[in-house]
Ligand binder design. Structure first.
Ligand SMILES: Nc1ncnc2c1ncn2[C@@H]1O[C@H](COP(=O)(O)OP(=O)(O)OP(=O)(O)O)[C@@H](O)[C@H]1O
Length: 238
């Protein structure tokens, strides 16, 4: 295992006519919680999409545990342990919590994935549409932690999380974030995209700021706080 689980060099991604990401360097160390901040449209979602294989890269390198993955399909990357929770809490509303998990993996694998979410244990037979927003987000996270049925597939090693806070009350987000933080204790590396810095800086090991498709800052939360101009510029120039 390499110290840099994810190592991105010179990444350029185009969507439509222009480059959405330009020459991005970003690395995430094994076992850390890294946060990616930036204004609306800065390219945060696109960066996660490029890592998981939802969007093709135009130039640059994407190494996962030392292996170049930019030429691999999304399925192959998932098998290596890259899991992507996209924006917007997609659950099967008509299915129960248990059935939502069963769609992704057999029942004997559910207990391990549910461990960080005691609230869900009591709701296994409830239809997902009837869960609160926070509980739905927990279900989506539990699904991302399920060990796949295929013996060749790795468990979750890198979890890409896109704006968990979207549409949730701050008090619900405050309940979710420590759970996300605790995943790193299980050896899961997390790259978390967020628009609101104040929510996530307290739990981050490292912070990256995207400003119109380019990295404007990489460092610790304390270093970012010591340079308030970075966020100001990234959010105001958008
Ligand atoms: N499928 C697409 N086709 C064309 N352009 C796209 C597509 N998806 C995103 N874009 C454009 O790429 C740019 C970056 O979008 P992206 O969603 O990556 O930013 P973001 O930082 O995640 O913003 P948000 O916080 O609003 O989700 C935007 O200008 C957006 O309009």
């Amino acid at each position: 295992m390499t110290a840099r689980l994810l190592d991105i060099r010179g990444l350029t991604v185009s969507r439509g006519p222009g480059d959405v990401l330009r020459d991005v360097d970003l690395s995430v160390r094994t076992g850390e919680l890294a946060v990616l901040l930036g204004a609306n449209g800065a390219g945060k979602t696109t960066l996660l999409d490029a890592v998981s294989g939802l969007v093709a890269t135009r130039a640059g390198q994407l190494r996962f545990d030392g292996e170049e993955v930019s030429g691999l399909t999304r399925t192959r990357r998932a098998r290596l342990g890259i899991r992507h929770v996209e924006q917007g809490r997609a659950v099967f509303g008509d299915l129960t919590v248990r059935e939502n998990l069963a769609v992704a993996a057999p029942a004997e694998r559910h207990a391990e994935a549910l461990e960080p979410f005691p609230e869900l244990h009591k709701r296994m037979h409830v239809r997902a549409a009837l869960l609160s927003g926070g509980e739905q987000q927990m279900l989506v996270l539990a699904r991302a932690l399920l060990r796949p049925a295929s013996k060749r597939a790795a468990g979750t090693r890198l979890l890409l999380l896109d704006e968990l806070s979207l549409g949730l009350a701050p008090i619900v987000v405050a309940r979710l974030l420590p759970i996300v933080r605790s995943l790193t204790d299980q050896g899961i590396t997390v790259l978390l995209v967020e628009q609101f810095a104040n929510l996530v800086l307290p739990i981050a090991d490292t912070v990256h700021v995207l400003d119109r498709g380019a990295i404007a800052f990489s460092g610790s939360p304390a270093e970012l706080e010591a340079s308030p101009g970075v966020l100001h510029k990234a959010y105001l120039s958008a």
